[in-house]
Write a protein that binds this ligand. Sequence first.
Ligand code: SF4
Ligand code: SF4
Length: 119
Amino acid sequence: MAKIAILSCKKIKDITCVSCIKCFKAMQAREGEFARYKDEELDVVAMGDCGDCPGLAMPKLALISDVAKQYGRDFDTVHLGTCIVKATTTAACPINIDRLKEMIEKKMNKKVVVGTHNY
Ligand code: SF4
Ligand code: SF4
């Protein structure tokens, strides 16, 4: 079973991406970056956000991981939401996706997938 956490853009989550319906649809249909789990059960352990600041993304994710462990629900893979990808590529979000991915992989020993849905 794949155990994942999703990190989203706080400015987009539940504002223009209402209630994360797009990611939930893609997860259910195993579309977009969730197609990789088509033959697997998917356990969505956490859906958090960047904390509204590029400097908070790592600490926020570390906190999510600590709390998940506290409840016996650790995750293996982090998806950086399509919202973060859009914020960094079509707007002025200063997060460096490649650097964030590398830091999560090295410091937290988690797999990282860039993106979620394609809608
Ligand atoms: S730092 Fe980037 S990802 Fe986070 S809220 Fe701001 S624009 Fe969105
Ligand atoms: S891309 Fe996914 S995680 Fe990000 S705000 Fe939209 S539905 Fe939520």
